[in-house]
Every structure is written in structure tokens, then in C-alpha cells.
Write a protein that binds this ligand. Structure first.
Ligand SMILES: [Zn+2]
Length: 424
């Protein structure tokens, strides 16, 4: 029964980065089911585990982190992990451009090695393979890694950390480029993880990390990106302190539009890499300080903002229901679980959630058990409102739903504030 599982839940009382007592609340989202644990329709009536979902901020290093820690093995490999990168065209294009840029900038070739941690189904590494650059993927979810292996992309089914890195180093592996996109936040033991990069990176090697930027979470009230799989919420301010403890330094940083606003940091060994620090590093540092990321007052006002989003959305739902309008959702993303759960949305409020991923289409959303259906159903049932849960893909979704204007449907985005958007 997927909804009922035994789990190791720990409460974090010290900062996972610096060890300082964790005392300041950032966002309390009540109790929530695991965001990616979709439920088979046959288990509809089974009770489901819920866990406290509360993010705190460290008053010393300003790392935002969950204080409820569910073991990573249970989150990522013990069940059918429903997230496959390859389904978003925006993300595939992002990966292709990254490979192009890195290949050129660091002069990669047939003697180089690119290692990607959390390499998923090989969506990114295949761009390097196409250019004749040797690659190694590391992916803990066996069913996801299988896709990469079938496509001929060398992949280890492993959790990445210092012990794995040492084994590979002993076996003769060392990397010119290491990539970790949207994985730092998923790592409970961030020091062990980062030390693995220190170990496997050649003296002149470069590691790049992409993560959702806390600056945007704070400024754009992206509270729905908080869920149990995300242990940490990162800024340049907090991550530089982590790298420094492992003899690594950030020498370049790019601001990206992905996932509602991300950072891509370029990291090298502290000494000997020959790579000068780009002006972008000081610029982003200054931007974060200006936005108050080193000031506890910035964090303490967040809860009020998310309560306003909830009450505005509930008011919209009530109004639409009074008017007899039909409402469905689009994008069965993890952030949808947090949003719908926090806003107390039930299967009677939202008829279904459409999603392009075939793997999710027979399943129910965690917690509220709203069914996931193929997008074609929107064109059959012709709803009045389509709530876009995956708001980070709004441009792509507007294009996919361009036909819904024919019957006057409106797209609804609730984060950072309620907005009705005409389809393209
Ligand atoms: Zn700390």
C-alpha cells in the first residue's frame, strides 16, 4: 500500500550546514503527504501518511532548511519515482544549451570526462555523448536510470557521496566537468555530497550546480517549492560557506529563469585551477544582501504572505463554485501537492489535474486523491478555469493549451498572486 509506509522521520535541531541551533521559522505548511508519492487508483480509500512540513532559517549561515527529515532512501528509491525530466521541452532545451556552452568554454573532447550526479534518464548527458565526450551518470532511482542505460549512457545506480566518489577515484575516474542540476536541495547530508565533488574533480576541473534561488522563493513567495524532498533552499550566501569548508570556491554565477528563477554556480578547487573570479559573483552577493537574505526580519514576514495567497485562492474557488464554473488543474508537479494541500483543496474543488507524463496518468495526486488525466481530457470536458500548478512552465503551457480560448476558458495562476491569464 503506497500510502502507508514505514519511514524514518527525524527532527533537525541544528543547521545541516554550520551546526548552529535551528530556531527561526520561515514557512509552516502544516502536515503534508510526500509530494511525489502518487497513489494508484486502487488505493484510493487507504489512509495516507502525512508529515510536518516546516522550513526554518539558520541565524548564523542563513541556510533555509526543513526541520523534518525523511530519509532519502525512502523518498527517492523505495517507490516508483514519478518524475522524468524528459517530459518538459523547455527543460530539454535548457540541457542542450548548457552542454553546448560548457563544451565550448572548457574545450571538452574525447579525452575528457563529464560526470552528472542525479542524471535521471540521461536527458543532459546524451548531448555530450553526441559530441563524442565520454560521460558517466549517477542516478539513485533504478527505474529512471534504466532509460539512460538503454540509451547507451553509462550510468551507476547509486546515491552520490564521498564513499562513492572515493571508489570511482580508485577505479581511475576523475572529471573535467561535474554537473548537479536541482539535486543539492535533495541531499540530506550536503557536506558528504560536496566532498564527493572535491574528490572526483581534476585539479583544473569545474563543477556546476543549479538550484532554485532562495532570492526568488522569498521575493515571489514561491512557497509551493517547499516539500519534503527539498531539504535545503539555497542562496549564494549559504552555498559559498558550504563549498569553502571543502576547499572549493565559486568563480562564476549565472542567473537563470528555470524553476521560477535559479542560480548556476561554477565551482573549482580553491587553489590551482587558474580560473579567475568573474564579476558576476560579487554582483549576485550584493543583490542577495540588498534583498535582505542576511537579515532574519526578511524571513519572519514570509508566513503572512503565504496565508494571503491561500485566502485569495480560497475566495476565488468559492466565487467560481457559486457561479457554477468548472475548474481543473494542469501540471501534476510536486509543487502542486504542496499548494493544493496547504490551500485545503479537495477532489470536489478540482475535477482532475491534466499532465503530459504517461507515467502519472492513471494515478491520483497525493493527499487529496484528485485523478491525473491526459491533457486531451481538457478539450473533451471544456472547463471554465484551468489552474496552472506548474507555474514555472507557464509559457510552454499557454502554447500547449492555445485551443482552450475557443470556449472562453481562462488559465489561473495563484503564485505569487491570483491572476487570470488568457491562453495564447
Ligand atoms: Zn547554519
Amino acid at each position: 500500500m503506497p500510502g502507508q509506509y514505514t519511514t524514518t522521520v527525524e527532527t533537525l535541531i541544528e543547521c545541516r550546514s554550520c551546526g548552529f541551533p535551528l530556531a527561526h521559522e520561515f514557512a509552516d505548511l502544516g502536515h503534508s503527504p510526500l509530494a511525489n508519492r502518487f497513489v494508484p487508483a486502487s488505493d484510493r480509500e487507504d489512509p495516507e501518511n502525512r508529515h510536518k512540513l516546516c522550513a526554518k532559517v539558520c541565524g548564523n549561515c542563513f541556510l533555509v532548511q526543513l526541520d523534518t527529515v525523511i530519509s532519502a532512501a525512502e523518498l527517492f528509491s523505495d517507490y516508483d519515482y514519478a518524475y522524468y525530466s524528459s517530459y518538459s521541452t523547455t527543460w530539454l532545451e535548457h540541457a542542450r544549451r548548457y552542454a553546448e556552452q560548457v563544451n565550448e568554454r572548457f574545450g571538452l573532447g574525447p579525452d575528457s570526462l563529464v560526470i552528472e550526479v542525479a542524471s535521471n534518464d540521461g536527458y543532459l548527458l546524451r548531448n555530450f555523448v553526441a559530441k563524442g565526450v565520454p560521460v558517466l551518470g549517477v542516478e539513485p532511482a533504478a527505474n529512471v536510470a534504466e532509460g539512460a542505460i538503454k540509451a547507451g549512457i553509462q550510468t551507476d545506480v547509486e546515491f552520490f557521496g564521498e564513499s562513492y566518489a572515493k571508489q570511482k577515484l580508485a577505479a581511475g575516474f576523475s572529471a573535467d566537468v561535474m554537473v548537479a542540476n536541482n539535486v543539492l536541495a535533495h541531499v540530506p547530508n550536503i557536506h558528504d555530497f560536496v566532498e564527493g565533488f572535491k574528490t572526483l574533480l581534476k585539479p583544473t576541473g569545474v563543477a556546476t550546480f543549479e538550484f532554485q534561488h532562495l532570492l526568488n522563493i522569498v521575493k515571489l513567495v514561491q512557497f509551493d517549492t517547499i516539500y519534503h524532498e527539498h531539504y535545503s533552499y539555497l542562496s549564494l550566501l549559504s552555498i559559498e560557506q558550504i563549498f569553502a569548508r571543502h576547499g572549493l570556491r565559486v568563480f562564476d554565477v549565472q542567473e537563470l529563469s528555470t524553476h521560477g528563477g535559479s542560480l548556476r554556480v561554477f565551482v573549482s578547487h580553491e587553489t590551482g585551477s587558474g580560473l579567475a573570479e568573474d564579476a558576476s559573483v560579487a554582483a549576485v552577493r550584493a543583490k542577495e544582501l540588498e534583498a535582505g537574505l542576511a537579515d532574519l526580519n526578511t524571513y519572519s514576514g514570509f508566513q503572512t504572505k503565504i496565508e494571503i495567497i491561500k485566502s485569495d485562492f480560497r475566495a476565488f474557488l468559492a466565487q467560481a463554485q457559486r457561479e457554477g464554473k468548472s475548474i481543473v488543474g494542469y501540471g501534476a508537479a510536486a509543487k502542486g501537492t504542496t499548494f493544493l494541500n496547504f490551500c485545503d483543496v479537495s477532489a470536489s474543488d478540482l475535477e482532475y489535474v491534466a499532465d503530459r507524463s504517461a507515467a502519472k496518468q492513471t494515478l491520483l495526486l497525493p493527499g487529496n486523491h484528485i485523478p491525473v488525466v491526459p491533457p486531451e481530457q481538457i478539450f473533451e470536458t471544456k472547463p471554465d478555469y484551468i489552474l496552472v500548478l506548474a507555474w514555472n512552465l507557464i509559457d510552454e503551457i499557454r502554447a500547449q493549451l492555445s485551443g482552450v480560448g475557443d470556449w472562453g476558458a481562462k488559465l489561473v495562476v495563484a503564485v505569487p498572486k491570483m491572476e487570470l491569464i488568457a491562453p495564447q
